[in-house]
Design a protein around this ligand. Structure first.
Ligand code: NAP
Ligand code: MG
Length: 497
C-alpha cells in the first residue's frame, strides 16, 4: 500500500476486534470434492488438445497466491483450428438439426451446471477470489438460469421476431472478462446456440478454470463436437480471434480500451459486433428514500464482488439534506463488512482478482487522496498473502477528479452531493460511460422521470445489482452497444430478412 493510503482515517474497528460485532466461527466451504486438474488443454472440436505453442501459463488463487493449475496458451494456429471446427460443426450439424433438438442440448447443459453447481462455485471462488456465498448464490445459479432461459427460445425464434425470416449469423467469436467467469460464458454461449450459431469462446487469462469445467459439461451433454470451442490464452489470443476471417460475429465483454481496439480492427469488415464495456454508475439517493434500505443498496452496489462489477454503483449522489446521516451510516456499515477468506461462508468481501488489478485500484485511490478528497476506509485486518483491498469511500469528491470519472473496478466508492433532481441528472450523466444507474426515492413519478433522462442501459429503483436472464443488459456511450439477456439478447445472433 502507498503511504497516502496509510494516512487513511481509521474507522470503528472492523470485525476482527470490534466490540459491537460478534466474532463468527469460520465456516469454510470444503474443497475436497473439487477436482482441479494440474494442467488444462484447449477444447477444440469436442476434445481437449495440446496448444500448438506447447506453452502453458500458471493460474493461481488470488486470495492465497497459491498455484492452482497450468492453462494452455492458444496462438493464431489454434484459433484457426477452432474456427474451422466451429464452421464445420455449423455447416454439417448445428444448422441442420431441428430447433427443438438444439433446445434439448442447451437444456441439458443447464441441468448439468445445476448438478455440478457446488464444484463450480468452489472453483470460481478459488480461481477468482469472490466470496463463496456469491459464486454459490449468484454466479452459478444465474449461469444455469441463462441456459434454461435460452433453451426455451430455441424453437420459438419466429415469436421473438414476428413476421421475419430468422437465420443464424454463423460462427461467433466470444471474449469475456474475469469478473463473472462462468456467468459471462453463459451470457455469451446460451443465446448464440439457441439462435443456431456455433462458438469459439476466449475466457480471461486469470480465470479460465470454470470455462474449462464447462467444456467437460459440454462433453457430458454430448454437444456435437465443434459447436462450442474454448480457447484459453491472453490478449493476443483474443486479438487473433477478432481478426480471423472465418468468424462472422464478435461478442466482447471487457474494458472500453480493448473494446475500442476491437472496433477499429473490425471497421470495414462484414463482421457483426457487440461490445459490453466499462461503467461508472451513479447511485442516486433522494431525501425521501428509505435511508437504511438505501445504505444496504449502496453497500451491495459497490462492495459486492469487491467492486469487480461493470455496473457497480461506484458514484453515490446523495441529496444534501440527507448527506450527513447517509455518510454516517455508510461509515458504520463498511466497518462491519467481513473481508477475508473467500471460501468462508461468512465473508462479504473477497480477494482482488489479480496483482495488476490491485495495483490499478491502489493507483486510483492514491490519486483521489492527492486530489484532496477525504478517504474513509474500513480498518478490517487484511490477510498477509494474496491481493486485498479494504472497502473504501471518498467524500468531498470533485466531478472532474479521476475517482469520479475513471472506472476503478474495485471496492471504492466516490460520494458526491446534489440539491435538485436536475442537478443529480446532470452530474450523473457527466461521464463517458452509460451502463447502469440506481435511483432511491419513495416517489414513483420521480423514478420514471429520472429513468427516462438517465443515459444508462440498466436502471434499478430502490434496489441494486439485480439480474435475471429475462432482462436485457447493455450500455450507452462508451459502455458499448448491443444487449445481452432477454429476447433482445437473441438479436445480435440472428440475421433477419
Ligand atoms: P480486458 O482487459 O478488456 O479483457 C477482457 C477480455 O479481452 C479478456 O479475455 C482479455 O484477455 C481479452 N483481451 C485483452 N486484449 C485483447 C485484444 N487486444 N483483443 C481481443 N481480446 C483481448 O478487461 P478485463 O480487465 O478482463 O475486465 C474488466 C473490464 O470489463 C472492466 O472495464 C469492466 O467494466 C468490463 N466489464 C464489462 C461488462 C459489461 O457487461 N459491460 C461485464 C463485465 C466486465 P486477458 O484476460 O488475457 O487479458
Ligand atoms: Mg486483460
Amino acid at each position: 500500500m502507498t503511504t497516502e493510503i496509510e494516512t487513511r482515517e481509521r474507522l470503528a474497528p472492523g470485525p476482527a476486534s470490534s466490540s459491537v460485532l460478534w466474532e463468527y466461527a469460520p465456516s469454510l466451504e470444503s474443497t475436497d470434492h473439487v477436482k482441479i486438474a494440474s494442467r488444462y488443454n484447449l477444447f477444440i472440436g469436442g476434445k481437449f488438445v495440446e496448444p500448438h505453442s506447447k506453452k502453458w501459463f500458471p493460474t493461481l488463487n488470488p486470495a492465497t497466491e497459491e498455484h492452482l493449475s497450468e492453462i494452455a496458451e492458444a496462438d493464431a494456429e489454434d484459433v484457426d483450428r477452432a474456427v474451422k471446427e466451429a464452421r464445420r460443426a455449423y455447416d454439417k450439424v448445428w444448422r441442420k438439426i431441428s430447433a427443438s433438438e438444439r433446445a434439448k442440448y442447451i437444456f441439458r447443459i443447464a441441468r448439468l451446471i445445476q448438478e455440478k453447481s457446488r464444484a463450480l462455485a468452489v472453483a470460481e471462488t478459488m480461481n477468482g477470489g469472490k466470496p463463496i456465498k456469491e459464486s454459490r448464490d449468484v454466479d452459478i445459479p444465474l449461469a444455469a438460469a441463462h441456459f434454461f432461459y435460452y433453451a426455451g427460445w430455441a424453437d420459438k425464434l419466429e415469436y421473438a421476431f414476428p413476421n421475419r425470416n430468422v437465420a443464424p449469423v454463423g460462427v461467433a467469436g466470444q471474449i469475456i472478462p474475469w469478473n463473472f467467469p462462468l456467468l459471462m460464458a453463459a451470457w455469451k454461449i446460451a443465446p448464440a446456440l439457441a439462435a443456431g450459431n456455433t462458438v469459439v469462446l476466449k475466457p480471461a487469462e486469470t480465470t479460465s478454470i470454470t470455462a474449462l469445467m464447462l467444456a467437460d459439461i459440454l462433453q457430458e451433454a454430448d454437444l456435437p463436437p465443434g459447436v462450442v470451442n474454448i480457447l484459453t490464452g491472453a490478449g493476443a489470443t483474443g486479438a487473433a480471434l477478432v481478426s480471423h476471417d472465418g468468424v462472422d460475429k464478435i461478442a466482447f465483454t471487457g474494458s472500453t480500451d480493448v473494446g475500442k481496439r476491437i472496433q477499429r480492427a473490425l471497421a470495414g469488415t462484414e463482421k457483426k459486433l457487440t461490445l459490453e464495456l466499462g461503467g461508472k454508475a451513479p447511485n442516486i439517493v433522494f431525501e425521501d428514500a428509505p435511508i437504511d434500505q438505501a445504505v444496504e443498496g449502496i453497500i451491495n452496489g459497490i462492495y459486492f464482488n469487491q467492486g469487480h462489477v461493470c455496473c457497480a454503483g461506484s458514484r453515490l449522489f446523495v441529496q444534501e439534506s440527507v448527506a450527513e446521516p447517509v455518510i454516517r451510516k455508510l461509515r458504520d456499515r463498511i466497518g462491519t463488512l467481513r473481508v477475508g477468506n473467500p471460501l468462508d461462508k461468512n465473508t462479504d468481501v473477497g480477494a482482488i482478482n489479480s496483482r495488476a488489478q490491485l495495483e490499478k485500484i491502489q493507483e486510483l485511490v492514491a490519486s483521489g487522496v492527492e486530489e484532496g478528497a477525504e478517504m474513509f476506509q474500513s480498518s478490517c485486518s487484511l490477510p498477509a498473502r494474496g491481493y486485498w483491498f479494504a472497502p473504501t469511500f471518498f467524500t468531498g469528491v470533485s466531478q472532474s477528479s479521476r475517482i469520479s470519472q475513471e472506472e476503478i473496478f474495485g471496492p471504492v466508492l466516490s460520494v458526491l452531493t446534489f440539491r435538485t433532481p436536475e442537478e443529480a441528472l446532470e452530474k450523473a450523466n457527466n461521464t463517458p460511460y452509460g451502463l447502469s444507474a440506481g435511483i432511491w426515492t419513495e416517489k414513483g413519478s420521480r423514478i420514471l422521470k429520472m429513468a427516462s433522462k438517465l443515459r444508462a442501459g440498466v436502471i434499478w429503483a430502490n434496489t441494486y445489482n439485480k439480474f435475471d436472464p429475462t432482462s436485457p443488459f447493455g450500455g450507452y456511450k462508451e459502455s458499448g452497444f448491443g444487449r445481452e439477456g432477454g429476447r433482445h439478447g437473441l438479436g445480435p445472433y440472428v440475421v433477419l430478412s
